[in-house]
Design a protein around this ligand. Structure first.
Ligand code: MF3
Ligand code: CO
Length: 302
C-alpha cells in the first residue's frame, strides 16, 4: 500500500504541467521555475547517480526557520564554551543547554528523542558519541569533550557540535581535536551544487588518514531541518563522484567521528546509547549543519 501511494505521488510529481505552479511553492509557472533544474537532475540520475528527492530541497521559508533555530543552537554552544571547566559535571552542561534553549523559546531536540534521556550529548575522550549527561561524570584536567546540541524552534531543527579541551590537554589529543576540525573544513570546501557527497567525504577521510587516524564507519551525518534526522545518510568514507548529488536547497550535517586508533566501536549495553572506541583510544567530532546554495555552501549552524 505504501509503495503504491509513493508511486502515485511520484507520478503526480512527474506529470506537473509546464504552465502549472512549480512544486517548490514559489508561485511561478513550472516552466519558468524548476523545470530545467528537474531535467538536469533526471539526466544525472540516468547516468547512474543517486539524486535527491524534492522533499530534500528546502524552501526559502524553511531555510529562514532553520536559521532562527540555529541562532539558539549556537548560543547554547557559545554559553557552554564560556562556562566549561575542570570539576564541572556533564549534567551541568545539560543544565546550560536547557537554560539557553528554553530561555530563547526553543526545545532541545535530543530530549526524549528515541528515548534519549537528556537534552544534549556529552562525549568524553574514548566516548565516540551519544554520551548521556550525568551528575556522576566530572570533567578532569586533560579531557577532550564533544558537546552535541540539537534544537527545535517552530518545528525547524538545527544540529551542531563542538569539541572543548579541559585544562592541560596532551599534544596528541590536541592534534586529534584540531585535525578533526580541519577534516570538517576541508569537507565543507567541497560542498557545492552539482557535486556529490562523496567529494566531501573524500576530503574528510583523506585528511584523517594522512594524519594516521581512522573514520567511524557506522555512524554518519544526515539531512536536517524539517525533521531531526532526514535523508540522505551522510558518510565520510566514500570517494569523489560517489553518493548523492548535491543541489541548491539541500541541508545536511558534516559530522565525522575521527578515532586516534582503530575505527572499531561498541555501544554500551547498559543504556544502548553511549558509543565508545573498542581500543579505548580517544575520538573527536565536530558538526556543521550546511546548506547547499546556488554558488557553494552556507554554514547554518556550527
Ligand atoms: N545530535 C546527534 C546528531 O548529530 C544525534 C543525537 S541523537 C540523541 O545527529 F538522541 F542522542 F540525542
Ligand atoms: Co547530527
Amino acid at each position: 500500500m505504501n509503495a503504491f501511494l509513493n508511486q502515485d505521488k511520484r507520478k503526480k510529481e512527474e506529470k506537473i504541467g509546464r504552465n502549472d505552479p512549480c512544486w517548490c511553492g514559489s508561485g511561478r509557472k513550472y516552466k519558468n521555475c524548476h523545470e530545467a533544474f528537474d531535467r538536469k537532475i533526471e539526466k544525472i540520475r540516468l547516468e547512474g547517480h543517486e539524486v535527491p528527492h524534492r522533499d530534500m530541497i528546502k524552501t526559502p521559508e524553511q531555510i529562514e526557520g532553520i536559521k532562527k533555530s540555529a541562532v539558539i543552537n549556537m548560543a547554547c554552544l557559545d554559553e557552554v564554551g564560556k562556562q566549561i571547566k575542570e570539576g564541572m559535571t556533564t549534567l551541568d552542561i545539560d543544565n546550560i543547554i536547557n537554560e539557553v534553549t528554553y530561555g530563547m523559546g526553543g526545545i532541545p531536540a535530543c530530549l526524549n528523542y528515541e528515548g534519549f534521556p537528556k537534552s544534549v550529548c556529552t562525549s568524553i575522550n574514548d566516548q565516540v558519541c551519544h554520551g548521556i549527561p550525568s551528575k556522576d561524570v566530572v570533567l578532569h584536567d586533560g579531557d577532550i569533550i564533544n558537546v552535541d546540541c540539537s534544537t527545535i524552534l517552530n518545528g525547524y531543527f538545527s544540529d551542531s557540535s563542538r569539541m572543548f579541551m579541559i585544562g592541560n590537554v596532551s599534544d596528541e589529543k590536541r592534534k586529534l581535536v584540531e585535525v578533526t576540525k580541519e577534516c570538517c573544513d576541508l569537507g565543507l570546501a567541497q560542498v557545492k551544487p552539482w557535486g556529490f557527497l562523496g567529494d566531501m567525504a573524500e576530503a574528510v577521510h583523506t585528511h584523517a588518514e594522512e594524519n594516521g587516524y581512522s573514520v567511524v564507519r557506522e555512524i554518519g551525518g544526515h539531512g536536517c531541518g524539517v525533521e531531526f534526522h532526514e535523508d540522505p545518510w551522510v558518510g565520510y568514507l566514500s570517494n569523489r563522484g560517489e553518493d548523492m548529488l548535491m543541489v541548491p536547497g539541500m541541508c545536511f550535517t558534516i559530522e565525522p567521528m575521527i578515532n586516534m586508533g582503530s575505527a572499531d566501536i561498541y555501544t554500551d549495553k547498559e543504556n544502548n546509547w553511549e558509543v565508545y572506541t573498542l581500543d579505548g583510544m580517544p575520538s573527536a567530532q565536530w558538526e556543521y549543519q550546511v546548506l547547499v546554495t546556488e554558488t557553494g555552501a552556507e554554514v547554518l549552524s556550527h
